[in-house]
Design a protein around this ligand. Structure first.
Ligand code: ATP
Length: 333
């Protein structure tokens, strides 16, 4: 998709890190000085702080924490992931929007983002708290894969890895781990939840949507999750631009996905996944509706199941479907 002039302008200003002359901008976009000035003013109205100095040009001093298509795409370094962005200030659920867009023909890699959701969901009908408008990332990535439906649930693990890699970049030194299969935990508390849904018929995937909620700049949480939830701000003391987190997650996801589609399993990525797996080689409790049991977590199989070694030495492969895993004493350990 061709980038809009506004996206290109933001990219140029951000990339240069210093002044860009008005003349250069005119030449770059093939427009008049007045047109450039108008574009700059539009950005200023949206909250961008741009310094204008005669004979030097324009310099981007700061950007508002927006998740607009331009703010996201001007930070993207991907080939296809997140290249088409739909933004809603408020929506029911970005997964539902992405499914509708998929049916209307939206391409592979389309990203739906919202400032807030009114019906955010977790697995098995649980809720995902989204009442802090503009503080967290609520997004859904649409995939239209060529592979067979049996492999689709594995993309949840790829997204967990992508979020982990992106958070490690901004949470310097803090512990970022994956709680199999669909959560990311920061210093032992949940910072991200992922909900993957698929529309398919036997042997053929129509589309897969991966909904991802990341707690970024919240300073307080609703009472029910106050103890168990983490945000980047709360753990690091620093706010982060949501668009940058999104752009980095897209970058890592695209890399992991390209790796995954070569084999349709996690054989190449398994080691990296396990290096971040919360509770590995420790006791875990498997909350299986058919019966709860404990064992030692031994990592994952190439297909993404959790390997749990029981006391008698037998190994079970746990399928994500109906099961939750907990540490022996708490959420992860
Ligand atoms: P499982 O271990 O089975 O995945 P889960 O408790 O992690 O169980 P999910 O479906 O992944 O379940 O996520 C929903 C749960 O996450 C909610 O029941 C709530 O406890 C918690 N939660 C909801 N919103 C947030 C949020 N913004 N940040 C952190 N945790 C949240």
């Amino acid at each position: 998709m061709e980038e809009s002039k506004k996206t290109q302008l933001l990219k140029l200003l951000r990339g240069s890190g210093t002044f860009v002359s008005g003349q250069e901008l005119c030449e770059q976009f093939g427009v008049s000085r007045t047109a450039v000035w108008k574009m700059i003013n539009q950005l200023k109205e949206e909250g961008y702080e741009i310094e204008a100095v005669p004979n030097k040009g324009y310099c981007l001093k700061s950007a508002p924490d927006l998740v607009s298509p331009e703010e996201i795409t001007s930070r993207l370094t991907t080939v296809w992931a997140g290249r088409t962005v739909y933004h809603f200030e408020e929506t029911g659920s970005t997964n539902i929007d992405a499914k509708r867009l998929a049916e209307e023909g939206a391409p592979h890699g389309t990203l739906v983002v919202a400032d807030t959701q009114t019906m955010g969901r977790g697995r098995r009908g649980r809720g995902w708290e989204s009442d802090d408008a503009g503080k967290a990332v609520y997004m859904t990535l649409l995939l239209k894969p060529q592979f067979s439906p049996e492999y689709a649930s594995r993309v949840t693990l790829l997204m967990a890895m992508a979020v982990t890699s992106a958070l490690e970049e901004v949470c310097g030194g803090q512990s970022v781990q994956i709680k199999w299969p669909n959560d990311v935990v920061l210093n032992g508390r949940k910072v991200c939840g992922i909900l993957t849904e698929m529309s398919a018929e036997p042997g053929y995937i129509h589309h897969v949507v991966i909904g991802t909620g990341i707690n970024v700049n919240q300073s307080v949480f609703p009472k029910e999750i106050e103890e168990s939830a983490a945000s980047i701000l709360r753990e690091t003391g620093q706010e982060q631009p949501r668009a940058q987190i999104i752009a980095r997650v897209m970058f890592f996801f695209e890399q992991y996905y390209e790796c995954f589609v070569r084999t349709h399993d996690l054989s190449v990525l398994r080691e990296q996944y396990e290096a971040h797996l919360a509770g590995i080689d420790r006791q875990v409790r498997v909350l299986d509706p058919k019966g709860e049991y404990t064992g030692i977590s031994r990592g994952i199989t190439d297909s993404g199941e959790l390997i749990v070694e029981k006391e008698d030495g037998t190994r079970c492969e746990v399928y994500a479907g109906e099961v939750s895993v907990r540490g022996l004493y708490g959420y992860t350990v």
